[in-house]
Structure formats: structure tokens, C-alpha cells
Design a protein around this ligand. Structure first.
Ligand SMILES: [Zn+2]
Length: 313
């Protein structure tokens, strides 16, 4: 948001947070159902709290279908003083609009390249990385098409990739395989949400392919509780994988997937716990320090060097 990235200027980075997440179709058809001031205030509270913990950069992988809006992101960046890094790509578990269904992979890739080389949504703000997703449905035909388009845009521009994954159905290995088939440099690939699994060997097998893995949904207890996430992180650190780990929360300052009262209900049910942009600093890092697996050097590796290396490799 504040111009091209200098790797050593990123500082402490949260690699996976959303300043706003909403359905862009609903939001554009019924804008009166959304309160932009309220959304902005919530984003500034969340980002401000992270800034108080030393965060200087937030990587926001909100893509198409997540309501990506770089003008909104820039307002948050300008008013908070925290750099926000935007992406291009498509966040779909299967659905593709006719527009992309009836055009080939290379045309799709061209759209992503335009965002990376020229600018997003008519601005001069350029996307710094590519986003795609595979979830419960697995790597469907449409999901594969998006992955291949993302891969080709990465090969063409050098931009890194973040792929949402679902360890419960083991999407990660196939996602990596597609990137490999397309000739992507796997050192530019981050497989998000690996931390939803407590299968350390599954995660380690991905790391051995040379990709980064996201332990990036701290606070989303419905997928895996914090203590189990910490046990996985600790074991990966013991096995010497600090340079491949990304720790974050996938927090959404606002999200329209549920009615407003849902957050309190989820918290009450234990489905989420202290989900925020500061949880990893308030609870996770202290716990990992206590366990003797995170010292200052490991903190620097995970929160400063890894995001910078991934974004600028
Ligand atoms: Zn996310």
C-alpha cells in the first residue's frame, strides 16, 4: 500500500490477516447492508492493536470473492501507519463464474499478471503475491485451473503464491504437485492452514518439498485448539524447521459470513477463542518461549525474515 516493498523494511509481519472479508456480490448489490465506517473502525482497532505489539506489516490475502478492495486497504494502511500487502487471485473452493469458466488458464493468468505489473482495480497499487484455495471439495477441476493460472502468473512475474489448503482432506500435496508441474519455484510457495492439523509428519512432508507452511489460524478452535497448535509448532521447531514456518491468525476485522451476533455465540461455544490480530503475541509466543522452543532468533526468523524472504525471493 505504501509502494514497492524493500525486504528489510517490512519489520515484524503478520503474514495472514484480513482487514475486511465479505461477499463482493452481496456487498455491491446491497451496499446499504454494510456500514463502511464500522468496517473501517474495526479494521483500525485490530491493526492498531497489532501495531502496539510491534507489527509493521500485515499481509492480507483477500482475493476475488473475499471482497478485495485495495482502496479500503489503503485507507487502513494510511490511517494506521501499518503497511498492508495486497494480493491477486481467486478464492474459490470450486465455483467459477462463466467469465472464467469459458476462458482458458492463460487468460485467467493474464488478469493476475495485470494486477501484479500494472495495478489493482484501476489504482497504481500492485498485488505482491498470488492467492488460490482448495478446501473440503479437494482439488476440483476449477480449483486446478485457478492453481495453474496462479502458477503461470508466478512463473511470468516472479510473484510468490499463498495457497489456502485443507489438511483434513490432505489437499496440500496435490497443490504443491500442480505448482511443480507448472515450473513454479517452490521456495515462493506458502501452503496456508497447515496448522489446522496435528499431523506433524504431514506438515513436515510439505516442508521437505521446499514450501513454507502456515500455522496461521490461531484462535480458530473449531479446526484445532491453541494448545494443540502450539504442540505442533513446538515439534516443528524442535525438528529445525523455523525457516519454513509462518505464524498468524487469519483474523478478519469484519466478516459477513455470519450475522453480527455469531461472534459471541462462537466464543461461548468454544469454536473461537481470543481470535484477534494479537493472539499470537499475547499467548502463543509466550507459550512457545516457555516450552523452550522459541528464542529471540526464532522469533526474528518467523515474524521478520520468513515473510520478507517469501515476498521478495
Ligand atoms: Zn485467510
Amino acid at each position: 500500500m505504501q509502494g514497492p516493498i524493500e525486504a528489510d523494511a517490512l519489520g515484524v509481519t503478520l503474514v495472514h490477516e484480513h482487514v475486511r472479508f465479505r461477499d463482493e456480490a452481496v456487498a455491491s448489490q446491497w451496499p446499504g447492508r454494510y456500514d463502511e465506517q464500522l468496517e473501517l473502525d474495526a479494521a483500525l482497532v485490530a491493526v492498531g492493536a497489532a501495531k502496539d505489539r510491534g507489527v509493521r506489516t500485515i499481509v492480507d490475502p483477500t482475493a476475488m470473492f473475499g471482497g478485495r478492495d485495495v482502496r479500503f486497504m489503503k485507507r487502513v494502511a494510511d490511517q494506521s501507519g501499518v503497511r498492508i500487502v495486497a494480493c491477486t487471485g481467486i478464492y474459490s473452493y470450486d465455483y467459477l463464474p462463466h467469465y472464467f469458466a469459458n476462458r482458458d488458464v492463460d487468460v485467467m493468468a493474464d488478469h493476475f499478471v495485470e494486477d501484479i505489473e500494472i495495478g489493482v482495480q484501476g489504482t497504481e497499487i500492485r498485488a505482491a503475491f498470488l492467492k488460490c484455495a482448495a478446501d473440503a471439495a479437494g482439488v476440483t477441476e476449477n480449483v486446478e485451473k485457478i492453481h495453474r493460472a496462479v502458477a503461470r502468473a508466478s512463473v511470468q512475474t516472479g510473484a510468490p503464491i499463498m495457497a489456502h489448503s485443507m489438511p483434513a482432506v490432505a489437499t496440500g500435496p496435490r497443490q504443491v504437485e500442480i505448482f511443480e508441474e507448472e515450473g513454479v519455484d517452490l521456495a515462493k510457495v506458502q501452503i496456508a492452514h497447515c496448522g489446522d492439523s496435528d499431523d506433524v509428519d504431514y506438515i513436515e512432508a510439505l516442508i521437505e518439498k521446499g514450501v513454507y507452511v502456515g500455522l496461521d489460524r490461531y484462535g480458530l478452535e473449531m479446526y484445532l485448539p491453541i494448545e494443540k497448535r502450539n504442540a505442533v509448532a513446538a515439534e516443528l521447531l524442535r525438528r529445525g524447521h523455523a525457516e519454513r514456518l509462518m505464524i498468524s491468525q487469519d483474523f478478519c476485522a469484519t466478516i459477513d459470513w455470519f450475522p453480527p451476533e455469531a461472534a459471541e455465540i462462537f466464543e461461548g461455544q468454544g469454536a473461537i477463542r481470543n481470535w484477534s490480530m494479537t493472539l499470537v503475541f499475547d499467548e502463543v509466543v509466550p507459550a512457545l518461549r516457555e516450552m523452550g522452543v522459541m528464542d529471540d532468533a526464532a522469533f526474528q526468523t518467523i515474524f521478520v525474515e520468513n515473510p520478507a524472504r517469501w515476498l521478495t525471493a
